[in-house]
Design a protein around this ligand. Structure first.
Ligand SMILES: Cc1ncc(COP(=O)(O)O)c(C=O)c1O
Length: 377
């Protein structure tokens, strides 16, 4: 099956009982039991719900994993995966992970005795050097948010395997349509499905896919214990979003490439970061491990004030947190998504005040370029 077909025909299609082509929304919390413990697969919706289950089967299928799990947000998914570990365990992470991941690690999970080290996972030597006796996993985000740094998933997974560690990949930016970490050797994939998978700025959700029955049992145990589940209506929205993911990603990729080239040639713009540009150091690696460069571009306009002026003049780029929607969105990471990262650390990483991040939507690219051209004048 080819990728676009799999997005539509993968998982559980429709409803066997009625023949409905679209998965029904099972708005239900509990299920009748014929006798104690005798039921038709579902007993209580925290443990399992048919609509959520259809989504979980579909995401497992399109990520080539063993099982999938749907959570109330990307952060709920990431935090629940971290709950697989115990006090005293150590995890190595990509240094410019999403600000919310950084925050939950440094302000919440560290209070429970978990240890973390942030390194440039694009440099395998740094990863190797960070591993300690108590290390249990390597958590990668690739490409990163907002600096679009690329990590070699296959190389890190092979190293992790040789040391008996898990590899966890945040695949939010690439989506299962463009990159499949499990096929490259990773054990666990996490998504903020709020982004491209939902795709229409109308749902907050997270997904986890694991590559083995053992991990599936562990993640389900945590999910059922903590209760950070996705509701049936939102599960249905994600099933619908996944059906058009291929079409949307093709369009976002092609629009982003043209916009990145336009920005790179523009005199009012400093550095432009987009993995599809010749100037991007991770371009070859992206070509090897992904089927496209994605829809995210970061560029430096020089200062906080200039970023503010640009935002005020744009018509089609909505100033908003989030990304991955049909509409183009723009943000200033230092003041928005990454404001929770201390200023010194942002400076170390290169998240400067004039850095602007755009999530390219699926509008006509001519309109988007004209809008940017007028605003940059
Ligand atoms: C790469 C990445 N991972 C995780 C998250 C968190 O997801 P959510 O906002 O759905 O909790 C985000 C949110 O922006 C993200 O960009």
């Amino acid at each position: 099956m080819k990728p676009k077909t799999r997005l539509i025909h993968g998982g559980i299609v429709g409803d066997e009982a009625t023949g409905a082509v679209s998965t029904p929304i099972y708005q239900v919390s509990t299920y009748k039991q014929e006798a104690v413990g005798k039921f038709k697969g579902y007993e209580y919706s925290r443990t399992g719900n048919p609509t959520r289950h259809a989504l979980e089967e579909l995401i497992a299928d399109v990520e080539f994993g063993h099982a999938g799990f749907a959570f109330g947000s990307g952060m709920a998914a990431i935090s629940s995966v971290m709950m697989l570990f115990s006090a005293g365990d150590h995890v190595v992470l990509t240094d410019d992970v999403y600000g919310g991941t950084y925050r939950v690690i440094n302000k919440v999970l560290n209070r429970f005795g978990l240890e973390f080290t942030f390194v440039d996972t694009g440099n395998l030597e740094e990863v190797e050097a960070a591993v300690k006796e108590n290390t249990k996993a390597i958590f990668i985000e690739t490409p990163t948010n907002p600096l679009l740094k690329v990590t070699d998933i296959e190389a890190v997974s092979a190293f992790a395997k040789s040391k008996g560690l898990l590899t966890i990949v945040d695949n939010t930016f690439m989506t299962p349509y463009l990159q499949n970490p499990i096929s490259l050797g990773a054990d666990i994939v996490v998504h903020s499905a709020t982004k491209y998978i939902g795709g229409h700025s109308d749902v907050v959700a997270g997904l986890v896919v694991v590559n083995s029955a053992e991990l599936a049992e562990q993640v389900h145990f945590v999910q059922n214990s903590i209760g950070a589940i996705l509701g049936p209506q939102d599960s249905w929205l994600l099933i619908r979003g996944l059906k058009t993911l291929g079409l949307r990603m093709e369009e976002a990729n092609s629009n982003a490439q043209k916009i990145a080239e336009f920005l790179e040639a523009h005199e009012a713009v400093g550095k432009v970061i987009y993995p599809g540009l010749e100037s991007h150091p991770g371009r070859d690696l992206m070509q090897k491990q992904a089927n496209g460069f994605g829809g995210m571009i970061s560029f430096d306009v020089g200062s906080r004030e200039k970023a503010g002026e640009l935002l005020a003049k744009l018509k089609y780029f909505t100033l908003a947190e989030s990304l991955g929607a049909v509409e183009s969105l723009i943000s200033v990471p230092a003041q928005m998504t990454h404001a929770s990262i201390p200023i010194e650390r942002r400076a170390e990483l290169g998240i400067v005040e004039g850095l602007v991040r755009i999530s390219v939507g699926i509008e006509d690219v001519e309109d988007l370029i004209e809008d940017l051209e007028n605003a940059l004048k």
